[in-house]
Each structure stands twice: as structure tokens, then as C-alpha cells.
Design a protein around this ligand. Sequence first.
Ligand SMILES: Nc1nc2c(ncn2[C@@H]2O[C@H](COP(=O)(O)OP(=O)(O)OP(=O)(O)O)[C@@H](O)[C@H]2O)c(=O)[nH]1
Length: 303
Amino acid sequence: MTQTHAGFVALIGEPNAGKSTLLNQMVGAKVSIVTHKVQTTRARIRGIAMYGDAQIVFVDTPGIFRPRRRLDRSMVKAAWGGAADADVILLLIEAHRGLTDGAKAIIEQLREHSGKTPVALVINKIDRVKADRLLALSQQVNEIYEFKATFMISAEKGYGCEDLLDWLAAEVPESPWLYPEDQVADLPMRMIAAEITREKLTLRLHEEIPYQLTVETEKWEEKKDGSARVDQIVYVARPGHKGIVLGKGGETIKAVGQAARAELAEFMGRPVHLFLQVKVRENWLDEAERYNEMGLDFKDGDA
Ligand SMILES: Nc1nc2c(ncn2[C@@H]2O[C@H](COP(=O)(O)OP(=O)(O)OP(=O)(O)O)[C@@H](O)[C@H]2O)c(=O)[nH]1
């Protein structure tokens, strides 16, 4: 019998570096929400890729930045927590932005958090720059940290992702598999469903509103005909946001519901009936229960 390999790979980087896109590319199924807006990933999301004899469990983490609010602090704590528990850490930076101050700050903190864990540098979004810039960038970043390897990829287009997988498969320890072979994510279905709806809302709303809302799956009912009825609540932090989320004549929430239902049904491979309700809950950003629902630790947000 050949020896199997399995382990956790943490994806860290600034907001918008492409961590969720890479996780989805590696796993081949959409498990993490991706938008062009920063701070889309709130909790730690795991996606599982099978590659030869290896099972690689990717841990997507919230983007790391200088946190100011409780939710931000909880997210950054979760990100470093993900890195501390991993067998391999991948630091993502964006090819076209180069070595930003934010990336430098993360590399500084890596020294504290990584311990003996190998760290690879992943230069993402190479489809956005000319090839000759990449070598110089790679040298520049490698001068300030001892990366075990460097990869140049496009998470979106898949360039370089196979090489990265190859390397990771050899790098994770010899171990029995950690999850059943056909599992792609370890988030409970009700949380995935809430994330899908939150993604659709984020895509349709502006700026502060997505940050100040959260989605919870309140009820999940299996029907005899094989379909599922899913009831979700969208909590908004301000009375004024409710009308915006609903849209004129309920148009926005209807479009969100339709898009979320279609994606959830595709993910589950069976029909879904999705019911959304919007509620104002001015203090949800200060309620421990809301953080637990997102997979975050409320206390991590203590100043
Ligand atoms: N051109 C290009 N765009 C990419 C690539 N990878 C990701 N993106 C885009 O970059 C944006 C951010 O991607 P995400 O995967 O959400 O980034 P993230 O690091 O998970 O972001 P947070 O959740 O905010 O921490 C999205 O609009 C992606 O489509 C890439 O290889 N090339």
C-alpha cells in the first residue's frame, strides 16, 4: 500500500489577494465566497483537494490588515489562528501591486506566527502583469523572508496551480486522510447556504452595507420529494439599510434570493426553496451569538 499524505495548508494575505479564488480553484468546487470587495471571507473556511495520494485541506482565512473594529479584530485573529495550526502556510501577494506595506506588515508578523511551519510565497494574478516584472518581484520579497519555495500563479485562470499542488502534496506530512474522500468542505451546509446568500447581497450592495449585515440560516427542512426548504434571516445594523436590502418593491432581495437559490441547488444537486427575511438588529456587531454563527470567536475581538 502506498503511503498517503494529508495536511492543512493555510492561505494568508491581504484582503483581496485572491485566497478564496485559489481555494476554489484547488478544490474545483465553489466553497468560499469571492467578490471584488475586500473582507469577504469572515471565518476560516476549509476546502479539501484530493491530489494523487495526498489530501490537502486548504484553510481560507480572512484578509489580514490593521483591524479597528471588533468584527475586524476577530477576523484577523482567526486568520493567524488558521496559520498557527497549519502544516504549510502560503502567503499570497498580488503581482500587479507588488510588495505593499500591508504585505510587508504580514511578513513581519509571519516570523512570530509561523514557528517551524514552512511558508511558500505565492505571487497571484500573474495574468495582470508582464512576465519580466515577476522575477524582480520574487527576488525582492525573498530578500526579506526565507520562503521555502516561490510560485507564480493565476488563481483565476489556473496558471501554475498544478505545480503548486504538486509541491503541497509532497510537503504535507505522511498521514491517513483527514476527511472522507468525497468531501469538499467542512463547513456545515447551513453555513455554506448563508455564505452563498451573503455573497449575492455583497455583489448587489455598496460599501458599508455588506460589512454591516450578516446572514443566518434559521431553519432547514428536508422535504419528502428530495428538495429542501431553507429559511434565512438577513440581519442589518441600521433601520435605513433594511429598505436598501429589500430594494424598490422588494426587487433587490428577490434577485438575491433567486441567485442564491440557484447556486445552492446546484451545489447540493437538488431543488431548494429559499425564503429570506430582512430584520434590523442594531447591535448584532456586538452580539457573541452572531460571531459564533459565522464561525468566529467574539472574545478575539476584544480590544
Ligand atoms: N485577474 C485576476 N484576478 C483574480 C485572480 N485571483 C483572484 N482574482 C480576483 O481578485 C478579487 C479578490 O479575490 P478573492 O479570492 O475574494 O480574494 P480574498 O483574498 O479571498 O479576499 P478576502 O476574502 O477579502 O480576504 C476577485 O475579484 C477575484 O476575481 C487572478 O489570478 N487574476
